[in-house]
Design a protein around this ligand. Structure first.
Ligand code: ATP
Ligand code: NCN
Length: 201
């Protein structure tokens, strides 16, 4: 499951869990984007923060892992590269790519979209406020419990001093507070995290 995860929230986690159960997946790999080229770069938090929040959020589920392939690859993040890199590290694996209804609606604007379908089985999931549909017969559409949560609203809440408890995992609430993310006056002094040297996928 690819995402900007700024921050990761329970909408992402429920979607991943539901698809994993429905398709009997061995593993769900969360892939934080490096440079999400369709989002405003100024508003996206540093990749290391987004990566670490994703690690914290997924740590308790033995089937959930986090990949650095997109944040370690320079330049804009394209799913075509994500899938090729994941295939290289797991040549035997059958890949599924999970997207919410809003991302599914944009997919025709993605780089090399015609090649994407052969690299993974795409699964679109419902999301409150968005219509889920596809013209393709090889894409699966799935209803998941409605979680009216967005990263945008989580960031706005923190900025306005409102709680994000139970919208994001507890560890992510604590991570946001510790590093002063999403505050009106910018990040707290200790919010810089050094890039990791690890290249694990
Ligand atoms: N509440 C949700 N229910 C189902 N799918 C979701 C939900 N939130 C996000 N997704 C899906 O998860 C993937 C990653 O989403 P992303 O990290 O951009 O979160 P977001 O909440 O949409 O962020 P933002 O509000 O910053 O745009 C996308 O495919 C998106 O459609
Ligand atoms: O490949 C592309 O051109 C492309 C364009 C926009 C989004 N995506 C991917 O879609 C996933 C969700 O992205 P986002 O921006 O909604 O967090 C994430 O894996 C992105 O890399 C991919």
């Amino acid at each position: 499951m690819g995402g900007t995860f700024d921050p990761i929230h329970h909408g992402h986690l429920v979607a991943a869990s539901e698809v994993a159960a429905a398709f009997d997946l061995d593993e769900v790999v969360f892939v934080p984007t490096g440079q999400p080229w369709q989002k405003n770069a100024k508003e996206v938090s540093p990749a290391e923060h987004r990566y670490l929040m994703t690690v914290v959020a997924t740590a308790s589920n033995p089937r959930f892992t986090v990949s650095r392939v997109d944040i370690d690859r320079p330049g804009p993040t394209y799913t075509i590269d994500t899938l090729r890199d994941l295939h290289a590290t797991r040549p035997e694996a059958e890949l599924f790519f999970i997207t919410g209804a809003d991302a599914m609606a944009q997919i025709l604007s993605w780089k090399n979209v015609d090649e994407l379908w052969s690299l993974a089985h795409f699964v679109g999931v419902t999301r409150p406020g968005h219509v889920l549909s596809t013209q393709r017969t090889d894409v699966s559409l799935m209803e998941v419990p409605a979680m009216a949560i967005s990263s945008t609203d989580c960031r706005r809440r923190v900025s306005d001093g409102e709680p994000v408890w139970y919208l994001v995992p507890d560890g992510v609430v604590q991570y946001i507070a510790k590093h002063g993310l999403y505050l009106k006056n910018g990040p707290a002094k200790d919010s810089q995290v050094e890039p990791e040297v690890s290249t694990t996928t």
